[in-house]
Design a protein around this ligand. Structure first.
Ligand SMILES: Cc1cc2nc3c(=O)[nH]c(=O)nc-3n(C[C@H](O)[C@H](O)[C@H](O)COP(=O)(O)O)c2cc1C
Length: 404
């Protein structure tokens, strides 16, 4: 199968109760042969057509059917399963499950997962031609497409009911081909990546805070790119209006101290990217009540905040550590010193000042590591994210023992 050898996506295959359920066995087989990790979730009705045991044998993983299942939930619970998936494909998708999804129902495990996941959802509808043509089904189809669900098929042709027309499920080989063709590079599959992003807010009183101009765009772009390349990504974000990238687990924090706690709580970390503009100082004693305006001058007593990146660089086992330096002068010199002082493996330095670096959609970066440097010309932060991760993978390849 073309383009399938380097594939290692985590795909959740949903099977609903149509006559084409047996063809999903072939789909799962194809995806596994191509290197994907597959977990199967069936509706109750689907189990009447094909046994869970068949899918368990083909996928090599337990098959889940029931939502309210204490034993299964004590393993990979339904939310963990929703986060695990980089892609959800329901094949076959019955008229019934399309209706339930269009209505936003969560009345079984599969529909609940579809609401809980941030991964893209794709459906391969399969039903009798009258059912497919029914205005109710067509309205559900349109509603799902409008919401971003991708449809694979249906095909037209001979149907199990003996009729001929539109509604037949796309052949499983063609579904697998379509999924694999959209394949992400997958060169970060299996890696646990933690990204911090945005600025922090350090309270002065209940309504005021110290903040900075960081928008979070660079960190969010890095989280999106790492996820697209197959990593399991946790994004620890200070206040930001940016949308959570697909497949990324997001933890919202406000202060530097909260960000530190969130980072410390993560056990497995292969790569840490500190893209947040963490406040260097916090107010020693934030006022409990709103400070009143007076004619007198006001001084704030500031205490240094913990250095999150330096602490991560001390961890055992040690992740690969990427940090950022925002400088207003002598960029290379200051950045090299910062990289050394904090024990970073790679530093991404940029000049900041009027209209540069912070809160802009693009930037210019200088990447520095122990044995090299790379200047990245002005580009959108999404493009820079790709180049930063390419550089990281290159360093890992050249110096496999540089860190974990
Ligand atoms: C023999 C048989 C075949 C069926 N095939 C289909 C089908 O291909 N497509 C469909 O939408 N419904 C089909 N149905 C109806 C579904 O099984 C029924 O709507 C069920 O409630 C679907 O549940 P689910 O969506 O939770 O899996 C079939 C029913 C029977 C008895």
């Amino acid at each position: 199968m073309s383009g399938s050898s380097a594939n290692n996506q985590r795909i959740l295959v949903g099977v609903s109760g149509g006559i084409a359920a047996y063809k999903a066995v072939v789909l799962v087989r194809r995806l596994i042969d191509a290197g994907c990790e597959v977990r199967v979730v069936m509706t109750e009705a689907a189990t009447r057509f094909v046994t869970p045991l068949t899918f368990q044998a083909v996928s090599g993983q337990p098959v889940r059917v029931t939502l309210l299942d204490a034993e299964a939930e004590s393993g990979m619970d339904h939310i963990a399963l929703a986060r695990w998936a980089q892609r959800v494909v329901i094949a076959p998708a019955t008229a019934d499950i399309m209706a339930r999804l269009a209505a936003g129902m969560a009345d079984d495990l599969l529909t609940t997962l579809c609401l809980a996941t941030e991964a893209p959802v794709q459906l391969a509808p399969a039903m009798n031609r009258q059912m497919w043509a029914h205005p109710a089904t067509q309205a559900n189809y349109a509603r799902l497409v409008e919401r971003g669900v991708t449809m694979l098929g249906p095909d037209a042709g001979f149907q199990a009911c003996g009729e001929t027309g539109a509604g037949r499920m796309m052949e499983p080989e063609a579904i697998a081909e379509a999924l694999l063709a959209e394949d992400a590079p997958g060169d970060m599959a299996g890696l646990d990546v933690v990204v911090t992003a945005s600025g922090t807010r350090e309270p002065i009183d209940p309504v005021r805070f110290l903040a900075n101009r960081s928008s979070g765009r660079m960190g969010f772009a890095l989280a999106a790119e790492a996820s697209r390349r197959g990593a399991r990504v946790t994004l620890i974000a200070g206040p930001s209006s940016l949308a959570t990238p697909a497949g990324v687990r997001r933890v919202d924090v406000e202060t530097a101290a909260q960000m530190q706690v969130a980072v410390e709580s993560i056990e497995s970390m292969d790569l840490f990217i500190g893209a947040a503009a963490v406040a260097d100082y916090r107010v020693a004693r934030p006022a409990e009540q709103k400070l009143k305006k007076s004619g007198a001058s006001l001084s704030l007593d500031l205490l240094p905040n913990p250095d999150i990146i330096a602490a991560v660089a001390q961890r055992e086992p040690r992740p690969f550590v990427i940090g950022f330096a925002a400088e207003t002068e002598r960029l290379a010199e200051h950045a090299a010193a910062k990289r050394q002082a904090k024990g970073m493996d790679l530093i991404c330095a940029n000049e900041v000042g009027a209209g540069r670096g912070f809160d802009t959609p693009d930037n210019t970066l200088l990447l520095l590591w122990q044995d090299g440097e790379r200047a990245l010309p002005r580009a959108a932060k999404e493009r820079l994210a790709t180049q930063i991760l390419d550089t990281y993978l290159q360093i890992k390849q050249d110096f496999p023992h540089a860190s974990r």
